[in-house]
Design a protein around this ligand. Structure first.
Ligand SMILES: [Zn+2]
Ligand SMILES: [Zn+2]
Ligand SMILES: [Zn+2]
Ligand SMILES: [Zn+2]
Ligand SMILES: [Zn+2]
Length: 294
């Protein structure tokens, strides 16, 4: 039954409640901190017709733990057990990988998340943990890349505080320095470095105007705090974020997935050190933002 559920639906369910989400995030953090390995062995259902069972060694049992489950064959041909596969994939994610690459000897096949999810018998908590890590990495990646207006190739920005970006492809093709503006995506004009705008007409950060003019709001869930702007720019990526007014003061940026405090604008980890979900922050309410990361 569960195996027929599309992963997306499962994820939506897991994500449906915000403050519950914060709670489970805490749980995930704790688990990550304790360098977890799966304690109890997961076993395949021997009657599952969708799994191909093989009589082979577990190719991912690197610590020779001797898992008892039946061995199943992955799409690349290597044999795994649910627990050895879970541990291997967790290790990949922990090492900063964002793809699931087979660890079988001489194999570099890449498995899809769907295959890993099915064959590792990921439970809801593992699913959430894996998915969260992957989403976070993907978001990070899109934040530091944009398409060059000159050649449409993907360019990675190395210096986050300078809007001026060099395209190596265009520079080579045109035989002259080709730089473009990270904000207005036109060929660069004027002096550099700049973090507010380039000299092209109309190059401006519209978020700043919005932040200055949005109305004040109050949310009753945070005791004793009133009057802050209805919009905040995510301190990490600059995306404008609204508060639902219903839940705690922490919000997760939909773009970069970083969690921050709507009241004081510190990161979740920093604010929570001296406050809690519904209490005023130790440094008070942060004023309207006058600069925004682009
Ligand atoms: Zn393989
Ligand atoms: Zn280019
Ligand atoms: Zn510009
Ligand atoms: Zn963000
Ligand atoms: Zn705070």
């Amino acid at each position: 039954m569960l195996q027929n559920t599309p992963v997306q639906v499962l994820i939506q369910l897991l994500y449906s409640s915000k403050c519950k989400k914060v709670q489970s995030l805490l749980k995930v953090r704790k688990l990550l901190a304790s360098n977890m390995t799966t304690k109890q062995e997961k076993c395949y259902n021997p009657n599952d017709p969708t799994v191909k069972f093989v009589d082979k060694e577990d190719d991912l049992d690197f610590l020779c733990e001797g898992f008892k489950s039946l061995r199943a064959q992955m799409s690349c041909g290597h044999a795994v057990t649910p627990t050895s596969l879970t541990n291997w994939c967790r290790r990949l994610l922990g090492q900063g990988e964002s793809r699931f690459v087979c660890g079988g000897s001489g194999c570099s096949a890449e498995w899809t998340f769907a295959e890993v999810w099915k064959m590792a018998l990921l439970d809801p908590e593992e699913t959430e943990n894996f998915r969260r890590t992957l989403t976070f990495k993907a978001a990070r990646q899109t934040l530091i890349t944009k398409v060059c207006p000159g050649c449409r190739s993907t360019v990675v920005r190395e210096n986050g505080s300078d809007l001026n970006v060099l395209c190596k492809v265009c520079t080579a093709v045109k035989g002259r320095l080709f730089e473009f503006c990270w904000q207005c995506l036109r060929e660069w004009k004027g002096a550099r470095p700049r973090k507010d705008r380039c000299e092209n007409d109309g190059c401006c950060n519209e978020s700043l105007t919005t932040l200055q003019t949005c109305p004040d709001i109050t949310f009753d869930s945070v005791r004793g705090v009133r009057g802050y702007p209805s919009l905040r720019a995510c301190p990490t990526c600059g995306f404008l974020v609204e508060h639902s007014k219903k839940h705690c003061k922490f919000v997760v940026c939909p773009r970069c997935k970083v969690e921050f405090c709507f009241v004081c604008l510190k990161s979740y980890t920093n604010c929570i050190k001296t406050s809690d979900y519904f209490r005023p922050c130790s440094i008070g309410v942060a004023p309207r933002q006058t600069s925004v990361p682009v």
